[in-house]
Design a protein around this ligand. Structure first.
Ligand SMILES: [Zn+2]
Length: 87
């Protein structure tokens, strides 16, 4: 009986381990996840995570007079932080 519990624990541990590897430590996905919604807008690329998304769903930010779109405020903040540190 004890070996059965041990086997179960190993199995559960393995599952958790696998899930952690697949999902990864940093998940950078749009907050509004409309998976495969109708593309009726221009697709733009997030300069930080390099995800493509419809422009209207993006977070607009003007950097050095240039309009940049981000998939989420999280990415925007990280990007701005990176620029600040670089300059
Ligand atoms: Zn992003």
């Amino acid at each position: 009986m004890r070996i059965l519990i041990l086997a179960l624990l190993i199995y559960l541990g393995y599952r958790v381990f696998k899930t952690l590897i697949i999902s990864g430590p940093v998940s950078c996905r749009p907050d509004r996840d409309e998976d495969l919604a109708v593309v009726d807008d221009i697709m733009v690329q997030d300069p930080l995570c390099e995800i493509y998304f419809p422009k209207k769903n993006g977070i607009k930010e003007v950097i050095d007079g240039e309009r940049v779109y981000f998939c989420s405020t999280k990415c925007r903040d990280k990007y701005l932080d990176r620029i600040k540190r670089a300059s």
